[in-house]
Design a protein. Structure first.
Length: 75
């Protein structure tokens, strides 16, 4: 499986695996990590920052949607 690191292009290795119940089936997830732990930390940080930004955007979207709905309800 070809899964290079987004930062250094090294082949990523399996990190932790865990099982999660999805509906009626158990799905096994494997998190791949960069073999370079310093690089992996930076990747994690970048992912966390992106996630934060996405959360902010979706919160804004929800707020805007509520605002629109409220406007419709009033008129
Ligand atoms: Zn890397």
């Amino acid at each position: 499986m070809n899964n290079p690191c987004v930062r250094c292009s090294k082949q990523r290795i399996d990190g932790k695996t865990w099982k999660e119940k999805v509906g009626i089936s158990i799905v096994t997830y494997t998190m791949t990590i960069c073999p370079d732990s310093t690089c992996q930390k930076l990747v994690d940080k970048a992912i966390a920052e992106r996630q934060e930004k996405n959360d902010l955007i979706s919160k804004k979207k929800i707020a805007a949607k509520l605002e629109r709905e409220r406007a419709v309800a009033v008129s």
